[in-house]
Structure formats: C-alpha cells, structure tokens
Design a protein around this ligand. Structure first.
Ligand code: F6P
Length: 543
C-alpha cells in the first residue's frame, strides 16, 4: 500500500521554504535582479507561441531549488503521467480527467480505463463540426424553411463560461450566425438575449453535461415555449440542438437525438470547452478555427507532458502559487489581460481554479491542515482594472500576485492604440515590482509630508505572458496552461482538482425553499432565512 501523503506543512521542504521566506524578508526584487544577471533568461519560459516571463518573482536560486524539491516530493511528474495514462485522477468520483484527449490529433491513441477513446472523441468533434457547418451554410433551416441567423447557447458554469470566453476572444474570426449566450436563471437574461430575434431564424443549443442543471433547464423550457408559441410544437426539432453526456435526458426533453452531440463523464464541466460544449464557438468561427484552438492547447499539453519539472512552465507557475499562498499569505490572484476581447478570461479561470481548488479535505479523505488551498481569482482587462482595483494592488497592505497578458499585435481596429495598451502593461509590471522609493521622491522635490503617501514599496510580483497576437491557437495555449497549472496546484496540495461537491448544498437548499417562495408553503428553516423569505413573499403578494 502507498505511504499516506504527509501533511504539506510537516514536510522538510515546507520548512525549507519557510526559511527561504524569512531570508527574503530583508531583500527586494531589484536586488534579486542586480545580483543575478541571467535572471530574465533563466526565468522566462517559451512554450509554443507563449513567452512567459516569471523573473519578477520572489525566487532566488535557493528558493527555486526548494520549489523544485517540493514538486518532486509531492509526485508532480507521476501525477502528470497519470493524467496522460487516463488514470482515475479524480478519486472522489472514481473517474479519469482526460480533457487532454479532446485536443489530441486524429489517429493518436488515448486510453481511459484501458479503452482507446480517440475514435469517439474525433467522431463527436466531426459530428459537432457537421452541425455547425450546416448552421453556418444555411443548409439547416428552421421549421418555416428560413435560414438560421442567430444561435443562443443555454448553459451555465463550464457549459457557458468557456465557450462564451472563447467566443468573445475570437470576435474578429466570427463569420457565421450571430451567437448569444444565456446562463443566469434570472428571466431578464433570456429576455434580453432574445431582443431583436425571430423564432423562425433562431436556434438554441442546450449545453449541459448532466442535463439536470435547474438554471439551464428553466431557460431551455422557456426557450422551447418561445419557439412553440410562435411556430408550433413540431418546430422544436428544427430549433434545438443539445450537447450533453446524458443523451437519454436530452431525448426526454424532446430534442431530436440526431441533433445532440455527446461527451463523456471523464470531461469535467470546467474543462469541457474543448468538447462539443464548444459547438457555439464552432458555429461562430467555423470548425477549422475551433480545431486551431484545440491544436494550440495540444502544443501546451505536449510541453507539460514532456518537460522536466524544473523547465515545465505549468509546474513552475503552480509552484509560485503554492509558494505565495503558503508562505506569503496571498489569498488572491489577479489575472489581467491587456486585451479587451479577453474580458471573460478571468471569469472562466475563476471557475477553473476556484471550483477545482476550493477544498479543505484532501483527496485521501484527511483534512487539509496548516495551509490554505486555492486563491480568490479575479481580474478584468487592463487598462480598466488600473482605474478600479490597482490602487490596492500597488499600495494596499495585501499581497496579491498577478498575471499580465499581452499581445504584440492588437486587432486591426484603431491600431494606433496598441502601443499605449502595451506601455501600460509593461509600466504596471515594472511599477508593481520595483516601486518608487522615498529617496527618489525627496530628490524630485516632493514635500516631506507627502512622501509616505506617494511611496510605492514595490515587491509585488507578476508573471507576464506575451504572444504575437490573439489567435485561436494562442488562446488554446493560454487556457491549457492555466488548466495544467490548476491541476499541478491540486497535486501539490494533495486535493482532488476534479470534483465540486461544494456547489451542492446551496442547490439543495434552493430546492427546499422553492415551494415556500412560490406557493407560500410552510417551511422549517432558520430564523434569518424565514424573515427574509417572509419579506420577499410580502412584496411578491403586493403585485
Ligand atoms: O457549478 C457546478 C457545476 O456542476 C459545474 O461544475 C458545471 O460546469 C455546471 O454546474 C453546469 O453543469 P451542467 O453542464 O451539468 O449543466
């Protein structure tokens, strides 16, 4: 039997890292650069089209050695090998997590539980591509024979965030029907999305891994009524497509099985955008562009699969997260893309990381003790973020490491803005790392009383990720990098990255409360919830 994993905080390497933290307390980042001329080259990773500058971090050679020891000690190489071996790396649900199989080139074998899934993966991809192509070409017509001009994706969580994020990022490549996204069960979301749409020319994609998610099914039922009211019950088949692992549930809902694309329980919701869950993206940009996205992710997969931990970008980025969380009290991590079209990236990464890493019980059932897991992930595109929360990041008391993402070329529109955008990215990273000292201010003639308020301590670490431009392939590379970084963090912390039991209790409570809210049925609940419920019922009774 395998030895139980030691609690992280009782390992020798954790103690070594604690000592490194103490020794770095009296230093600053400028000094780390000054004493280490090769620092930028050594701490920059080049993976596919990505240039990942991790030089502005609190890592000297001794710290790096301990971080690498930590990866070896916690079995990161073995855990990565287990992912590509299709092993059940989601032990609490007894499943593999084999999203890397979704971006494998055709003809390459990938075994899940000893069975090659590559044929099924490519058959489903081809099926989705065929549906997308029919919608794009106009071959697919609605019940009244008209071409489909608008497609609305109904899904939530992983069945929404990934495709919505990719769709927004790839706007310049969109040449198919207009695609809209609805996730929230708030009726306003669907109502707003339907503004200007005609039932005769609208097709819905109901995207749900389980096909039991209440928000998605409520939206799907309302969308079905919208179609049926205008076009009759027989119109459903021509206006609904489904993507799900539960094809029997799809059929019970009334969607033609020929218009449903499946995927598998070894694809986690937040890792599913590479499957037919990306159908809406395929409709917008075409299957070829979608395949470029997959190919980009595969480039990063190959790096992560083959590079030794010391040179493995995903492992090194994960080690930095654990280093800062465990020894620098970093409760949050900001992701700031200097690209307006990546406006949904941090929302996608928020689910990816927080649903994967928000655990206080280890994969082996023992409690997580003596350290935190996961971080609050947030962000908005730069430069917007600079005028919102950057004050806290520059001068606040909290320590918030960041990723800044930028591209050599922007879009074709107003290209003259791009230098200003990139200058902000570089300027922010430098200001965060190196600050502005009191001496500098005094030398510049700043009044003594003003100096403390205008001083920047610096020492705020960032990783800068650059690529030539935001193409489907580059986007695939970026997202795959974050996926692997998330998995490796879970391995380091000893938790299961692929379950999400924490979302269930709130859903169950909502189900209990629904009859009380809808029909005034009595409910046995806590005094605060009862008082709030009664207040809401009172208002609702007045209308
Ligand atoms: O938020 C919980 C969750 O289960 C996510 O993991 C998932 O992506 C989302 O709900 C949607 O689930 P489904 O695709 O089954 O509708």
């Amino acid at each position: 039997m395998a030895e139980p994993l030691l609690p992280l905080n009782s390992t020798v390497v954790w103690a070594a890292l604690a000592a490194r933290r103490r020794s770095l307390a009296s230093r600053n980042l400028a000094e780390l650069f000054a004493t280490d001329p090769g620092r930028v080259e050594r701490r920059t990773y080049e993976v596919g089209d990505l240039v990942i500058d991790a030089s502005k971090h609190w890592v000297d050679d001794a710290t790096q050695a301990s971080l690498d020891d930590l990866a070896i000690d916690r079995g990161v190489a073995e855990a990565l090998a287990a992912m590509w071996a299709g092993e059940r790396i989601n032990p609490t649900e007894g499943r593999a997590a084999a999203h890397v199989a979704l971006r494998l080139p055709a003809g390459e074998r990938f075994d899940v539980d000893g069975v090659d899934v590559s044929g099924d993966v490519h058959a489903a991809l081809d099926h989705a591509a065929h549906l997308a192509q029919r919608l794009r070409s106009g071959e697919w017509t609605g019940a009244s024979g008209q071409r489909i001009t608008h497609v609305v994706n109904l899904g939530i969580g992983g069945s929404h965030l990934g495709p919505a994020m990719v769709h927004a990022a790839l706007t310049p490549f969109a040449d198919g029907p207009e695609v809209r996204f609805v996730s929230n069960v708030d009726g306003a979301a669907l109502a707003d999305a339907l503004i200007g749409l005609e039932p005769a020319t609208t097709c819905f994609i109901v995207c749900s891994k389980t096909f039991t998610t209440s928000e998605t099914l409520a939206n799907a039922r309302s969308a079905r009524s919208w179609i049926v009211d205008a076009l009759g019950a027989d119109a459903v088949a021509a206006h609904f497509v489904a993507v799900s692992t539960a094809l029997d549930e799809v059929a019970s809902f009334g969607i033609d099985p020929a218009n449903a694309v499946g995927f598998w329980d070894w694809v986690g919701g937040r890792f599913s955008l590479w499957s037919a869950v990306g159908l809406s993206v395929m409709v917008a940009v075409g299957p070829d562009r979608f395949r470029e996205l997959l190919a980009g992710a595969h480039v990063v997969d190959e790096h992560v699969r083959t590079a030794p931990v010391e040179h493995n970008a995903a492992v090194q980025l994960a080690l930095l997260r654990v280093w800062y969380s465990g020894h620098w009290d970093a409760a949050a991590h900001a992701v700031v893309p200097y690209a307006a079209r990546l406006s949904l990236l941090s929302a996608h990464l928020q689910q990816l990381e927080m649903e994967s890493l928000g655990k206080s019980v280890r994969a082996d059932g023992r409690p997580v003790e003596g350290h935190h897991t996961g971080q609050v992930v947030f962000g908005t595109p730069g430069t917007d973020g600079q005028h919102a929360y950057f004050q806290l990041l520059h001068q606040g008391t909290r320590f918030v490491p960041m990723d800044l993402i930028g591209f050599g070329h922007g879009g074709d529109e107003l290209a003259g803005h791009h230098d200003l955008l990139l200058a902000n990215l570089l300027g922010q990273a430098a200001a965060l790392a190196f600050g502005r000292s009191a001496d500098e201010l005094v030398a510049a003639g700043v009044a003594v009383d003003d100096v403390p308020h205008r001083t920047f301590a610096g020492g705020r670490p960032t990783t800068t990720i650059l690529a030539p431009s935001l193409t489907p392939s580059v986007l695939g590379q970026i997202v795959a990098l974050y996926e692997h970084t998330t998995y490796v963090q879970a391995v380091l912390w000893g938790i299961d990255a692929f379950d999400q039991f924490g979302v269930e209790l709130g859903k169950a409570r909502a189900t209990d409360l629904l009859p009380a809210l809808a029909s005034g049925a009595p409910i046995d609940t806590d005094p605060s919830t009862r008082a709030l419920l009664e207040r809401l019922r009172g208002w609702r009774a007045q209308r």
